[in-house]
Each structure stands twice: as structure tokens, then as C-alpha cells.
Design a binder for this molecule. Sequence first.
Ligand code: NAD
Length: 311
Amino acid sequence: MVKVLIASRIHEKGVELLKSNGLEVSMVDEPSEDELAELIKGYHGLIVRSKPLVTRKVIESADKLLVIARAGVGVDNIDVEAARSRGIEVITVPEATTVSVAELTIGLMIAVARKIAFCDREMRRGAWPKKHGEGFELSGKVLGVIGAGRIGASVARIAKHGLNMGIVYYSTTRKPWLEEELDAKYLPLDELLKTADVVTIHVSLTNETRHMINEEKLRLMKRNAILINTSRGAVIDTNALVKALKEGWIAGAGLDVYEEEPLPRDHPLTKLDNVVLTPHIGASTHEAQERAGVQIAEKLVQYFKQKELLK
Ligand code: NAD
């Protein structure tokens, strides 16, 4: 019998789909590296989300593993190189969470521009921060999208059609369809940072994008610009960002992802009024989780059928 270990909770419909197709399913909740290295023995498939870490140690402990399935997008918790070297396939469902992350990104943009979280905090302690609550409109402003893939393009579409923003973008390759559909303009990274009123990051985390936004890049941004990151925390040098926000090189930031997660208690970011923080909830909607759970189960079943391990 084909055995699958679910190492981070997926939607129950996904679990049902696996079982109804004859797979034997076990569940554990985000085990540590050592625990997973022990548990993985005997399983043909492993399902994870952004956690747990699937390290070389885990992969080398696996004796039957054929496939690692990520219920979502972003495989930075998986040592893909180690998996490949042992002929283990890594599959994802990259479309499942796009809309949810894009909508959260727009939410953070508005929350930072209109100081929503700050006003909420002040009112709860009895203040009426009308004067200090003055923000800026997004309509007519320039949105700079770094990484115009699925989520970046989706954010650009909402910003253009829903908020009347102008779009500039920087990505590995030019996207003619984006330029045509949204009248988006391709700019080199430095130019984008100098131009945009709102900069939003949507690259995947790689060796190239790690600390892509560092002190030098932050200093290029306009003093009244804001920075949004719903991609991966390590794309930004956090220490440089804290400095930029404290010293007013930029006006504010909206963050869903951090170099260290959970964000440590009393982290300097939590002391700043011009920052809106969410705890990596980009894909945390009913819809995205159901889609991710069902789609990854479908892909796994298909994978095992192709390998003729399932009928
Ligand atoms: P994608 O692969 O469709 O898009 C990434 C884009 O970044 C691509 O267009 C690629 O060309 C570009 N890119 C990569 N490296 C680059 C570089 N060095 N310079 C310039 N551009 C570069 O991915 P996606 O589905 O749009 O996801 C984007 C990011 O969102 C990923 O980092 C993913 O991990 C993250 N994400 C976060 C959450 C969350 O909960 N906050 C949920 C899902 C995805």
C-alpha cells in the first residue's frame, strides 16, 4: 500500500481525497527535523506546507520516499537539491494561494497608507488620532512590483483596475502581456525603487534574492514611499529596514513575512508605529487552504497513478 505522511495540516477534503483513492495516510503536526527524520521511514509521499523543514538529513533518512508535495508555493523549506540527488520529486500547487496573497498585499498597502492599524491601536487606548491619522491616497500613485510572477501580476491587476495606480515592475524577464494589459513599464531595480510610491515584493527566495532589499536599496526609495513584503522575510535585510523606518528614509512598511518566524517578542519592528504586521497569513484563507489541500492531493494521486503504484 502507498503510504503518505502529512506533516503539516491540510484541508480535510484533501485528506479524504487521498484516502478515497486508496492511499494510507498518517498525520503529524510540523515535527522537528530529528522527529521527521525518524518518522519519514516507510513513507512513499510526504506532504508539507511552509513547515516543517525538509532538510538533507530528513531526505537522507527516508528509505522509500518518492515525492515531496508542498501544499502551496515556495519550496524554501525543502532542500530541493538533496531531493533531486536522490531522485525524489518535489511538486507544488502554485496557483492555489495567489488570490489570497494578492488580496492581503492590497490590504497591507491600504492599511499602511491610511494608518489603519495605528488608528485602531490609538482608539483602543482611548485616543482620537484624527490628526496623526492623516495618510495618502493610492489612486494616481505608482506601484512598483518586484517579481512579476503569479502574485505580483495579480496585485498589479487589482492596483491598476481597482485603485487606478500606475504600474512599474522589475522581474527576471520582461512580461510583454503585463505591459500590454496594464500599461506596465519595465524598470531596472534601482530605477523602480527611485520611482515607486508603493514598492511590493513578490520574488521567490533564492540565493540571488536573499537581502535583495538592503540598506543601499532602501536609501534609493522616496522618503514618502512605503514598502510591502508578502513574499519571504529574508528578501529584506531586516536590520536595514528597521533603520530605514526609524530614520525616515521611507514612510512605512507592511509585512507578512520575517527573517525569523515567529517574529521574536519585542522585536524592534513591533515598536514602530509606521509598520503594519501580520503573522504570515498570506495564504490563510478558507478558500486558499481548501484549494491547496485538494489540488495537492489530486496531484499526488495522479503522480502515484503515473508510477503505476495506484490504480
Ligand atoms: P512566481 O514564481 O510566480 O513569481 C516569482 C517572480 O519573481 C517570477 O516572475 C520571477 O521571475 C521573479 N524573480 C525571481 N527571482 C528574481 C530576481 N532575482 N530578480 C527579479 N525577479 C525575480 O511566484 P508567486 O506564486 O508569485 O509567489 C511569489 C512569492 O510569494 C514567493 O516568494 C512565495 O514564497 C511567496 N508566497 C507567500 C505567501 C504568504 O503566505 N505570505 C503565500 C504564497 C506565496
